[in-house]
Design a protein around this ligand. Structure first.
Ligand code: 5GP
Length: 243
């Protein structure tokens, strides 16, 4: 499959058209960013670790009835995916209170949130991804109430499946962000990626962080070891790449 034209260059991924009008090539770059892109470093092989982890997760979700844009991973950092028109909403699901939740609300750090908290942010770095409600979503014209209900239902189902998936690898899924898009028939599929970039993952025993939060906290020399640890735990040996 050949890359044709670059159609979107995000903070960590580049999207190209292909010979097939219904598919795109998503190249996961080695960039790591924080603060809406204000800080950026290059981390060796980070794109490959994220693409492999995300592909595995998308396959697990497909097996559990959640449709995704994943088609194939021909190279460690190159995903072939169904072309989607992305909905500019970041759906965040939280199982344990931390991060912006405890900065913004009087909720105690570390408590389990039952039922999980679901939030939606408007995906726009210039506005620092402000939180949405349905009235704002309507005003922005980005989704209908029915579509918002589908996003929330899918995000909660993803949470159920991935909580177990990570628990089996000795990892607590603290919180995560997902993004969705519409395929050519208007069907809503999971898009983007699910990787240590957009999840908080804690070791079940030590509660050590195994995700991008390390980079956000300036622990740049520890962050790739954490990504490799997640890769080693969730990718079975016969699915590991030589790279
Ligand atoms: P918080 O709102 O506490 O900063 O983040 C909650 C969860 O959503 C974390 O797992 C975080 O990684 C993810 N998240 C929220 N916004 C973004 C974003 O703009 N980019 C990425 N990669 N993850 C995000």
């Amino acid at each position: 499959m050949n890359k044709k034209e670059l159609i979107n260059s995000g903070k960590v991924k580049s999207v190209f058209t292909t010979d097939n009008d219904d598919e795109v090539i998503i190249e996961f770059r080695d960039d790591m960013t924080a603060g809406d892109g204000a800080r950026k470093e290059v981390m060796d092989k980070k794109g490959s670790y994220n693409a492999i982890i995300s592909s595995k997760i998308f396959k697990v979700l497909e097996e559990n009835g959640i449709e995704t844009q994943f088609v194939d991973l021909p190279e460690p950092n190159v995903m072939i995916a169904k072309k989607l028109e992305m909905i500019p909403i970041e759906v965040i699901v939280r199982n344990i209170a931390t991060g912006s939740l405890v900065r913004k609300y009087p909720i105690q750090e570390g408590i389990r949130l039952e039922p999980p908290v679901v939030e939606m942010d408007y995906k726009d770095d210039d506005y620092h991804d402000p939180m949405l409600n349905f009235s704002l979503i309507q005003a922005l014209g980005i989704a209908t109430q029915e579509e918002v209900d589908i996003l929330i239902e899918k995000a909660l189902k993803i949470n159920e499946v991935l909580t177990k998936f990570f628990a089996d690898a000795g990892i607590i899924l603290v919180d995560f962000k997902v993004e969705f898009g519409k395929d050519k028939d208007g069907k809503i599929l999971l898009g983007d990626e699910i990787s240590p970039d957009g999840c908080r993952l804690w070791d079940s025993e030590t509660l050590d962080m195994l995700d991008k939060e390390l980079f956000r906290k300036g622990k740049d020399n520890e962050v790739m070891n954490a990504y490799v640890e997640v890769y080693n735990r969730v990718i079975p040996d016969d699915e590991k790449f030589d790279f």
